[in-house]
Write a protein that binds this ligand. Structure first.
Ligand code: ADP
Ligand code: MG
Length: 743
């Protein structure tokens, strides 16, 4: 029966498929179920209509809007415009006089044009200055790189104009660099009192976006209130629709209700919208969690003899943290409910051994286990490392690179139960893969897999237990966000004998010294990683940079230099890695493909070029490639100056700490959640309205709220429950609704 199910379900595409074996959901979604959006309440139709249908979007603007708000999977919709919130507002209030206008804040002032001092021909970056005045003082307007004729036309000598911009005091005089607007009397009359400023895109001004957003507001239906009215009142938060209106049409804000000029997310309207989004995400997780708990699991642990034997044969004793994690996992496996557990451990904390012992438990109970890694290299490495430790267990590797015959034999052996542990990449959850009896799935580096894939793998067996491993230490707020439905084990202790890694930051100009130092180290038998930066989004450009560095270093070190990059065919990658592991090459130039998990204990030096371009978490991961053996290791962070304040703080953090959790918290503060989790690249939805850096307290409130809702009204059937369904659809978390059935 397992077989039939796994081949029927288009599990990869549909998270729901994982659940359909139990019939409930299948009943809830009859024949039309393939057309999931049909379930969306029709009250939301107007919001999910294409944005290009809005008045004011012609053939010229449509592609610009797509570029700004569309994704490869779907076109821009009305709701995307509404959720594209302005970053701030510009005041159009007249300030009366120049001498009263505050410095550093956007203002609008009426002035007379007194004099032009155009840039001299050939004077490089010298600006065109225009002196303007009123009865109380004067301001120098500054224009860089603008044709003289244009400046003179905007500001004719002697004319009266209204200028908007920020006044700076410079050398004791007032100046305004590139006023954001210059209008005459008639133009002034048309300006709103407060104008929202949006993240724009080439060819599309903030003003144009605002016009469209206002048009989108007209499509906003009257929606039922899904928040607790008492909570809203206590926190003085507006209704959802009002919050959107306040954001896009701040000039309509009732007087003194709020200050639309405050930066986000301080305003009540921001807070309201952020909370809506957070509640939707937490509610989805709470529903998933409740669902998991309702389902019966199986006992996936035997008498402990096999795992004890394997543990005894390990070439090391478990650390306290590893032993604790193993015990927690075994308790879960032995209980007749489903395990959904996150194993968090910094690089090098020894997650692999924990996974092995967990899988041994499942095998002991007569089940199979699967270990899924995010890349080919890692899958292979897991396989190679597990093999010698797995005393007697039948291990097999399956990747997308297998030849047809190989693959066929693996599939047959798997279905016949002749494989105990299958290690592989995404290839593991393809439709054709059927286990005889999968009991435990281990997923390495979870954040690269979405919940969808997790469910797809779960569909490959009956009540599959899950162990999810991540080497990215995840700040509490993020853990809540993405793994709110899981239990957590933490490896907060490194295996004994690890040496601290010395971290040094150096400007790129000193690269010659670095090379000289490496020459000595290599002569002394050390092994070195040299990481080339992400130069651009394009892998080919990155590759060119790595290839160039490779040529360069070969001039110094000849055949001792190896190269590995993401565009290499798999077998070549393996070969390059193997040569480095064996010591045939001493210095491995690499793009970031070595980032995750690669283990060469002999490597003691990590050089990272353009370190300022990497995220902290990524630097930490990369640095974790060294310091794995017993010899002292170092990490050289080369940067190209001048560094901004944030970059400087980040590199300093790397120098100061080796604690992945501290670094991750700092990274979150400095850069935001999309970057920290790498969700930008993987396309996993980060929040659109909420900002985890600043909304952490809201997130916890949403989590508690969501759990309480699910406890009281698990089917979302009450009036508030019905409204919450609308919320889930609005933020596109409707997969969760299918978990509880339509109705
Ligand atoms: P990660 O958590 O990064 O996946 P690994 O499982 O790859 O870490 O382990 C890193 C290294 O530490 C491996 O070489 C592994 O053999 C070794 N190791 C794991 N546990 C211990 C331990 N308890 N004592 C000593 N070495 C260990
Ligand atoms: Mg690992």
């Amino acid at each position: 029966m397992t077989d039939a199910r796994a081949t029927q379900d288009p599990a990869l595409k549909d998270p729901d498929a994982a659940e359909s074996s139990e019939g409930e959901v299948a009943r809830a979604r009859p024949a039309a179920s393939a057309d999931a959006p049909a379930l969306r309440p029709s009250i939301l139709d107007a919001l999910f209509a294409p944005a290009r249908a809005l008045p004011g979007i012609g053939p010229k603007m449509a592609p610009l809007i797509e570029k700004l708000l569309g994704t490869p999977e779907r076109e821009a919709r009305v709701v995307d415009l509404l959720f594209h919130l302005p970053q701030g507002g510009v005041a159009r209030k007249l300030m009366g006089s120049i001498s009263d206008a505050p410095a550093g804040e956007p203002v609008t002032i009426g002035v007379t044009v007194v004099a032009h001092r155009p840039a001299q021909i050939g004077s490089g970056r010298r600006p065109h200055r225009v002196l303007v005045e009123d009865a109380t003082g004067d301001i120098s307007l500054v224009f860089f790189g603008m044709p003289r004729a244009r400046v003179e036309k905007m500001l004719p000598l002697g004319a009266h104009r209204y200028i908007t911009g920020r006044i700076d005091l410079w050398d004791g005089t007032r100046q305004m660099v590139h006023p954001s607007r210059i209008v005459d009397e008639a133009g002034l009359a048309e300006l709103p009192a407060v104008e929202p400023v949006y993240g724009a895109t080439e060819g599309l001004t903030s003003r144009a976006i605002n016009k469209l957003a206002v048009a989108a507001l007209d499509r906003l239906p009257v929606l039922p209130e899904w928040q607790d009215p008492a909570w809203l009142e206590k926190n003085r938060l507006p209704a959802f629709a009002d919050a959107l209106r306040l954001e896009h049409r701040p000039e309509e804000a009732p007087p003194k209700a709020e200050d639309p000029l405050q930066p986000p997310p301080a305003t009540p309207s921001r807070k309201r919208l952020a909370y809506d989004e957070l509640l939707a995400s937490q509610l989805a997780l709470a529903l998933l969690r409740a669902r998991q708990r309702r389902k019966a699991g199986r006992v996936n642990a035997g008498d402990g003899a096999l795992s004890a034997r394997i543990e005894a044969a390990l070439p090391f004793a478990l650390t306290g943290a590893q032993a604790r994690a193993v015990a927690e996992i075994r308790a879960d496996l032995a209980a007749p409910r489903r395990m959904l557990r996150l194993l968090q451990g910094d690089v090098g904390s020894g997650k692999t051994a924990v996974a092995l012992l967990a899988m041994a438990s499942a095998v002991e109970a007569g089940r199979q286990a699967a270990l899924m890694a995010p890349t080919e290299i890692l899958a292979r490495q897991h396989f190679e490392r597990l093999k010698p430790l797995a005393g007697g267990l039948r291990l097999r590797l399956m990747t997308g690179r297998d030849r047809a015959a190989e693959r066929k034999s693996t599939l047959a052996a798997l279905a016949a139960g002749e494989i105990d542990i299958l290690v592989g990449t995404h290839a593991l959850f393809q439709e054709a893969v059927t286990f005889r009896d999968l009991g435990l799935a281990v997923v390495d580096e979870q954040h690269r897999f979405g919940v969808h894939q997790r469910l797809a793998l779960g569909a490959k067996g009956e009540a599959v237990d899950f162990l999810v491993m991540t080497a990215t230490p995840i700040p509490r707020t993020l853990a809540l966000t993405f793994f709110g439905d899981m239990d957590v084990s933490i490896l907060d202790e490194k295996p004994a004998g690890r040496q601290p890694i010395r971290t040094i930051t150096l400007p790129t100009e000193r690269i010659d010294e670095v090379v000289a130092g490496l020459a000595r180290a290599i002569a002394g038998g050390e092994r070195v990683y040299w990481i080339c930066p992400l130069v651009e989004e394009s892998e080919f450009v990155d590759l060119a940079a790595a290839a160039e560095r490779f040529d360069d270093l070969r001039q110094h070190f000849g055949d001792a230099v190896g190269l590995i990059h993401g565009k290499m065919p798999g077998p070549e990658k393996d070969a390059a890695m193997a040569r480095f592991a064996a010591g045939e090459t001493k210095l491995l130039v690499s793009t970031t493909v070595v980032e995750v998990g690669v283990d060469v204990p002999e490597a003691t030096i990590m050089v990272i070029e353009h370190a300022e371009r990497f995220g902290l978490a990524q630097l930490h991961q990369l640095r974790g490639r060294v310091g794995r053996g017993s010899k002292a290791s170092s990490c050289l962070l080369l940067y190209r100056g001048p560094l901004g304040q944030v970059s400087r703080a980040r590199l300093e953090m790397m120098r100061a700490s080796e604690d992945g959790f501290r670094i991750a918290e700092a990274d979150l503060k400095l850069r935001g959640e999309g970057e920290v989790l790498g969700t930008r690249q993987s396309g996993m939805a980060a929040f659109r309205l909420a900002r985890l850096e600043s909304d952490a307290a809201l997130l916890e409130a949403a989590r508690d709220d969501a759990r309480m809702i699910v406890e009281r009204d698990p089917g979302l059937k009450s009036p508030r429950g019905q409204a919450l369904r609308v919320l889930l659809y609005l933020f596109e978390r409707e997969a969760a609704i299918r978990l509880i059935g339509a109705g």
